[in-house]
Design a binder for this molecule. Structure first.
Ligand SMILES: C[S@@+](CC[C@H](N)C(=O)[O-])C[C@H]1O[C@@H](n2cnc3c(N)ncnc32)[C@H](O)[C@@H]1O
Length: 305
């Protein structure tokens, strides 16, 4: 929702607008379900009300913008390939509603699983929530940090990003989702949290991991609209992950969790990097819901502990 002003049009007018938008989406090769994502973002209508046309007979349907605005924005979706989430300015993610602008990566559904992995691990460890300190490195919209803050309301969450503008959105999202147990830090990975050495229960990250040569060949929605800084992981995509593997042992408590998301095909290389580092034990791959190896976890267990 971009503003709180509402405008009314007849259900029939919206029905005709939607019909035309669906036809134009089909013609442009854009998935037709995106029309309803868009309309849900600019109205209070639900997916089923839209798809079943339940609003058609209403004399008034409230919209957050005039129909002309909708037409203009839908045109930007079709011709400029702006993602719907940036057009409506928000996206659902887990049980959160997050503000998104082109300053932040649109959080992806596969990333949602990170929270389950961390929760399962924390339950197995039996560590009291009040003594936990989790770092979300490369927080972007704040998605992971905020979901962790809700999952562990007594824990402390450190959310780091190099992008000042992304951090501003992450702060807004924490406020919007009513969590207050997050501290935000701007800077390069561990640099702004250097006083947390040896104190973290877990280092959780979804860093840039796309090989540089591939970035420009991704869909225009990604390459032309999402922040490059969120995507490009250098030559083999692993520059940041390599750095984070090397640095995390300085920051994790013995027994702490290391977790990264990664691109399909990178799991083995990441596990090898972790296994070569003396500090990590129990290196494991984890799959996303599509059965693709998507995450690697390890436990920091220095030999002397
Ligand atoms: C793939 S995005 C992940 C965003 C968010 N965590 C998510 O899952 O949707 C990577 C994030 O890392 C941040 N980033 C890139 N390089 C960084 C660095 N050197 N230090 C801290 N953050 C960095 C980017 O600004 C971006 O927000």
């Amino acid at each position: 929702m971009l503003n709180s002003d509402t405008l009314s049009i007849s259900g029939e007018a919206l029905y005709l607008w939607r019909k035309q938008a669906l036809a134009r989406a089909r013609h442009a090769g854009i998935a037709v379900y995106e029309v309803d994502w868009f309309l849900q973002g600019v109205s209070h209508l639900s997916q089923s009300e839209l798809s079943l046309g339940l609003y058609r007979d209403r004399s008034e349907v409230r919209l957050f913008h005039a129909l002309d605005w909708l037409t203009q924005q839908w045109q930007r979706r079709l011709t400029e390939r702006v993602p719907v989430q940036y057009l409506v300015g928000e996206t659902p993610w887990r049980d959160l509603m997050l503000t998104v602008t082109p300053d932040v990566l649109i959080p992806r559904p596969e990333t949602e699983l990170i929270i389950e992995i961390v929760q399962t691990w924390a339950e197995q460890q039996g560590v009291p929530s009040s003594s936990q300190v989790w770092a979300d490195l490369g927080t972007g919209s704040g998605a992971i940090a905020i979901a962790l803050a809700k999952a562990f309301p007594e824990a402390q969450i450190l959310a780091v990003d190099i992008s000042t503008t992304a951090l501003e959105i992450a702060r807004q999202n924490a406020h919007r989702n009513k969590v207050s147990n997050i501290n935000f830090y701007q800077g390069n990975w561990f640099a702004p949290i250097s006083n947390w050495q040896g104190k973290l229960s877990g280092v959780i990250t979804n860093p840039p991991y796309i090989p540089s040569r591939i970035v420009s060949s991704l869909e225009p929605e990604v390459t032309q609209h999402e922040p490059h800084q969120a995507l490009d992981g250098g030559n083999d995509g692993l520059n940041d992950i390599r750095y984070l593997i090397a640095q995390a042992p300085n920051f994790l408590k013995p027994g702490g969790l290391w977790l990264t998301e990664h691109m399909a095909g990178q799991s083995q290389e990441i596990r090898t990097l972790l296994a070569r580092n003396q500090g990590y034990q129990t290196v494991q791959k984890q799959q996303d819901l599509a059965g693709i190896d998507r995450f690697v976890t390890a436990i920091f267990q220095p030999k002397f502990s």
